[in-house]
Ligand binder design. Structure first.
Ligand SMILES: Nc1ncnc2c1ncn2[C@@H]1O[C@H](COP(=O)(O)OP(=O)(O)OP(=O)(O)O)[C@@H](O)[C@H]1O
Ligand SMILES: [Mg+2]
Length: 262
């Protein structure tokens, strides 16, 4: 098993608050790892540090052995880490297809002048990008077929907008895909379907780390689970190991309740 992402002793504070505290973990190639933890436990901040929105105060972040700590978000993206956000960040007025195109790397090899002149090489590159975007949309069977690709993002159902965010994150062919609460706000049927979708992506070879509160989804999809509380990793293992870990139960229920259930 090859390590795709390695965090070594990563810390990040907001003023006096240690949002991420000496955090270490590894994500291996082609696995789905879920990060769980109560509200405010540092999950999203961990994603923000990995994806370059924040610089860690200390520690190392390695993507396939190469440090990405402290790089700017676009540089981290170029290195192969792509993510979605807890709240939707689509371009509502742009078409479904264009939203995926936006997710691709700062694209053509041909340069600005060639683009302005619309040389044949540029047109070929644009065509190839469109085809790739369509391929990515086809990974979501029945959701973005045919004319739907030309509709503005705002016309989609909420669940489809969340799916489109995942599609956009896939557009850069990432080495690591990070999803922040991919099923938030979905009904059980929609959640189940997105869960199956995430498994399909893993089967296609993607490596995925996701933050999720829905324990049914976490159980259904995760090869491994990491639990955080107050910025610290408190447990790691299979879903059942982590869900039954006394520290995890305590983090969710409080100490008294945890003792009562013991
Ligand atoms: N930009 C910020 N400025 C100040 N404090 C912040 C900032 N972002 C997060 N925090 C604080 O850092 C801590 C961790 O927040 P974070 O958003 O990482 O939690 P989380 O585990 O993702 O929670 P949730 O499940 O509610 O999304 C919280 O106490 C939060 O209030
Ligand atoms: Mg969060």
């Amino acid at each position: 098993m090859d390590a795709i992402l390695e965090l070594q002793g990563v810390s990040m504070s907001f003023g006096g608050l240690k949002a991420v505290d000496n955090l270490s973990f590894t994500i291996n190639e082609n696995e789905i790892v879920s990060i769980i933890g109560p509200n405010g436990s540092g999950k999203t901040t961990t994603f923000n540090v990995i994806s370059g929105l924040y610089e860690p105060d200390s520690g190392e972040i390695l993507l396939k052995g190469e440090s990405v700590a402290g790089l700017r978000p676009d540089a981290v993206h170029d290195k192969g880490i792509s993510r979605t956000f807890q709240s939707l960040r689509l371009f509502s007025n742009m078409s479904v297809l264009d939203n995926v195109l936006v997710g691709m790397h700062s694209v053509t090899d041909s340069g600005v002048l060639a683009s302005m002149l619309r040389l044949p090489k540029v047109r070929r590159e644009e065509q190839a990008m469109r085809e790739r975007a369509q391929e990515i949309l086809e990974m979501f069977p029945g959701r973005f077929s045919g004319p739907r690709q030309q509709q503005p993002a705002f016309s989609l159902s909420y669940a489809n907008r969340r799916r489109l965010e995942i599609a956009r994150a896939l557009a850069s062919d990432p080495t690591l895909l990070m999803l922040d609460e991919p099923v938030a706000g979905m009904n059980p049927m929609e959640s189940h379907e997105v869960m199956e979708q995430i498994k399909i992506l893993r089967d296609k070879g993607y490596t995925i780390v996701m933050i999720e509160h829905d324990m049914h989804v976490v159980e259904g999809v995760s090869d491994r689970v990491i639990a955080m509380d107050h910025g610290v990793k408190i447990a790691e293992g299979t879903y059942h190991e982590v869900a039954n870990d006394p520290q995890v139960v305590e983090a969710y229920l409080g100490k008294r309740a945890a003792e009562a259930t013991a």
